[in-house]
Design a protein around this ligand. Structure first.
Ligand code: PHE
Length: 415
């Protein structure tokens, strides 16, 4: 058996080495073929896939933006996942083994996401992968996981296309058709807005999708779209777009982007005399938003996966443990990524336990059966499209003159 295992490992390594240059050069299209070969090799040589896994540990991969324009997404997710893994290991691990997590920084770039996920699978021999947060990065890496038959659980990617990449791709959060509806209803019914402008990030699958879902729902509710214009992730000057928006005189602006650009947009909008509420989605969730946008963010609202003010006991214990572990300043309150990362790791461990195995195909089958798993972000039940169906919260941003921010809970919207 031992000799066979060793042989299998070496053979798999050879296959991977032969495929690696092609896989990296040819991106998604050929990933499928390359990874399929790899997966077939693994199926034939069943011990080959877990070559780095010793008998007393289960190796899981995590990829995220630890650096770059969405760095807090990756950093918070990492904290949440590490907290969950520590807790799991302290209470005996999974199937009598310790979980070991291998973490890769994709710098928030889709190409990097694809590269690091390939490395996690082919070099580290992970049996499952946690990540990403930003939908475009998940979309780039999901075909690699699918092709290699390695389950991937995204903590926070909300674009519907992510889990549509295949039956090995899961998420523990709601999706954007729902998030768009939540904010359209909030704009129309709670804020009583009639005419809203949209400013979307054309480079982000998340932003484009959420803008479309908001638009469709707000129109259905009787609202008018004043104008719908775009910017590109990384832009610093939004004067042209904001001037065009101001000319339409809207009573609100929907900006479904990520915190770095949203902070700048808020500042520049106020400077140009746009005083109406800005609204957005979960991509706003970062303590960096307060730092970048400052007081310009007062009177702005966004939808999110959870609120630290929710009195739910599991959630409050998580907030307390998180603060104890990572410090107790405003910054170290767990954001949605921390909570979703924590839940994603627990849901994965739970699937392994139910499967009675850490084999990727068994874990995949068990993940698909996830029902009523109670975590920090509520009840996780995965539907037939491998999406969680969960409530959303709407938060109001409050920032003082010193730049200290907090999110004030406004309402919960059930799915
Ligand atoms: N939902 C965002 C996306 O799909 C990412 C995100 C999740 C941001 C959770 C913040 C909180 O790109």
């Amino acid at each position: 058996m031992k000799i066979l295992g060793l042989h299998a490992s070496n053979r798999t390594n050879e296959l991977i080495e032969q495929q690696r240059p092609t896989m990296i050069a040819n991106r998604t299209k050929n990933f499928r073929t390359g990874s399929l070969l790899f997966a077939t090799a693994c199926a034939l040589l069943s011990t080959g896939c877990n070559k780095k896994e010793s008998s007393n540990e289960i190796v899981i991969g995590e990829y995220g933006s630890l650096t770059g324009a969405t760095a807090t997404f990756g950093q918070s997710t990492k904290k949440g996942i590490e907290m969950a893994v520590d807790a799991i290991n302290q209470s005996g691990g999974v199937l009598g083994k310790k979980l070991r997590i291998v973490i890769e920084d994709d710098q928030g770039k889709p190409d990097e996401a694809q590269t690091v996920v390939t490395k996690l699978i082919n070099k580290d021999g992970v049996v499952a992968i946690l990540g990403e947060i930003a939908s475009s990065n998940s979309l780039a890496a999901a075909p690699v996981c699918q092709g290699s038959r390695i389950p991937m659980v995204s903590p926070g990617s909300t674009n519907p296309k992510v889990t549509a990449q295949g039956d090995y791709i899961f998420r523990v959060c709601f999706i954007d058709p729902f998030q768009g509806l939540v904010m359209a209803k909030f704009a129309a019914n709670t804020l009583k807005l009639k005419k809203v402008a949209i400013l979307r990030d054309i480079k982000s699958d998340y932003s484009v999708g959420l803008a479309d879902f908001f638009k469709a729902n707000f129109s259905k509710l009787g609202g008018t779209i004043a104008t719908d214009i775009s910017y590109s992730q990384g832009d610093k000057d939004f004067t042209a777009q904001l001037t065009a928006i101001k000319a339409q005189n809207p009573d609100g602006v929907f900006v479904p982007g990520y915190y770095t650009e949203v902070g700048l947009i808020a500042r520049q909008a106020r400077k140009l005399g746009i005083t109406v509420p800005l609204m957005g989605g979960d991509g706003w969730d970062s303590s960096k938003l307060w730092e970048i946008g400052g007081e310009a963010l007062n009177g702005c609202y966004y939808s999110n996966h959870y609120s630290v003010d929710d009195p739910n006991l599991i959630l409050q214990k998580f907030v307390k443990d998180y603060k104890a572990k990572y410090g107790s300043t405003g910054d170290s309150l767990p954001d949605a990524m921390a909570a979703l990362g924590y839940d994603a790791a627990l849901v994965l461990a739970d699937a392994m336990k139910r499967a009675g195995s850490s084999r990727p195909d068994s874990v995949r089958a068990a993940l698909a059966q996830t029902k009523g798993f109670m975590g920090v972000t509520g009840n996780t039940t995965l539907d037939s499209n491998r999406n969680a169906v969960k409530p959303a919260v709407v938060l109001e941003v409050k920032v003082d003159e010193k730049g200290n921010g907090r999110n004030v809970f406004k309402e919960t919207v059930a799915p």
